[in-house]
Design a binder for this molecule. Structure first.
Ligand code: CO
Length: 174
């Protein structure tokens, strides 16, 4: 994509009030929507990040894109997910506290408790109903990104928020 074209979107940061809105349901899966999904993947990879919610580029709609490779499968190619109008329909009893960062909260990380496993009901980019089971980091990414659609940031839930060391950042990337 041409660089000029991408200038129309930029990642907005806390305390921009758009990040606090409840995102609207997507009803139109037209060509403009498909282009928006493509743009979101480009912006996320550029950042770089493993997940991006539409409110983070100032678009208050229920859209999440994720691209993530399971760390235990090193040769595994990253898998791309598009969650439109997503809902968590099941989750584990077990929770884990771990480190999170957010492209909309630059320079900080925090310890956040999340469910170990979730089942997400959503629509794919073409409006088809899908169900996705996730655990570990992927489950954490889904929960973090879906919180953005409710106007919730990880700093609202974190037990502590701090400036990361290089080691923290290295762990986050894995
Ligand atoms: Co975030």
């Amino acid at each position: 994509m041409a660089e000029k074209e991408m200038d129309k979107y930029e990642i907005i940061t806390h305390p921009n009030p758009i990040l606090r809105r409840k995102a609207k349901k997507v009803t139109d899966f037209d060509k403009d929507f498909q282009n928006l999904i493509e743009d979101m993947f480009v912006i996320m990879r550029d950042a770089p990040g493993v997940g991006l919610a539409a409110p983070q580029i100032g678009i208050s709609q229920k859209i999440v894109v994720v691209e993530y490779a399971e760390p235990e499968k090193e040769d595994e190619k990253p898998k791309a997910y598009v969650l439109v109008n997503p809902e968590i329909i099941r989750h584990s009893e077990e929770t884990t506290e771990d480190l999170e960062g957010c492209l909309s909260v630059p320079g900080l990380v925090g310890m956040v408790e999340r469910w170990d496993a979730v089942t997400v009901k959503a629509q794919n980019r073409f409006g088809k109903n899908v169900k996705i089971k996730a655990d570990g980091w992927l489950a954490r990414i889904f929960q973090h990104e879906m919180d953005h659609l409710d106007g919730v940031l990880y700093i609202d839930k974190a037990t502590e928020v701090f400036e990361p060391t290089d080691e923290d950042l290295e762990n986050l990337r894995d």
